[in-house]
Design a protein around this ligand. Sequence first.
Ligand code: SAM
Length: 188
Amino acid sequence: MEDNIQFIELQKIDLSNVELKGRILDIGGGGEGIIGQLKGEQVVAIDRRESELKEAAPGDYLKIIMDAKDLQFLDETFDTTTAFFTLMYIPLSNHQKVFQEIYRVTKKGGEFVIWDFIIPNRGISDKDLYGLYLEVKIGEKKISTGYATKWNKEQDLEYYLNLGASIGFKSVEKKIMDQMFYIRFQKV
Ligand SMILES: C[S@@+](CC[C@H](N)C(=O)[O-])C[C@H]1O[C@@H](n2cnc3c(N)ncnc32)[C@H](O)[C@@H]1O
């Protein structure tokens, strides 16, 4: 399986001092459940796969099976919405719908925070998947993980900045960290 994945070199991220306010909706919060591990009972983690939620690290956060394309929450429910290496798994054709749903359930003045990585054009590569190994630091805790997705798309910081702006989000912070990027949008 790993033979079929084009991995980039190990990426490292320190979330210890990340500020995420109020009630948090974590999109695709199964897997390692990083945001749940980081912010505990502030977090409602949704994932369309039950198995991913069951495997996620235990913690005080709420886990709900739900599709990001059709969020079962009232408008303006969350102070913060996060997507930690989740958008890379969602087909580009669904991104607009997912962003609209996130915009809808985020409170006015609230934030949408994204961590993801650059996926270049596949070109002539024979690898079907593109991925990264990631070391996440939360205080004294270090979590080693890896994420890989079908290499049938390209994405970068600019792509998400444009998408967010087209939905009505204002970008208030953005950063490229090696092959990864981070965006903090605000619903104005
Ligand atoms: C592997 S996780 C990414 C990392 C995860 N946030 C963590 O903390 O480890 C990505 C998750 O997004 C979920 N996902 C993909 N498309 C989704 C969608 N449309 N709605 C909800 N979850 C989705 C996948 O099932 C997967 O569990």
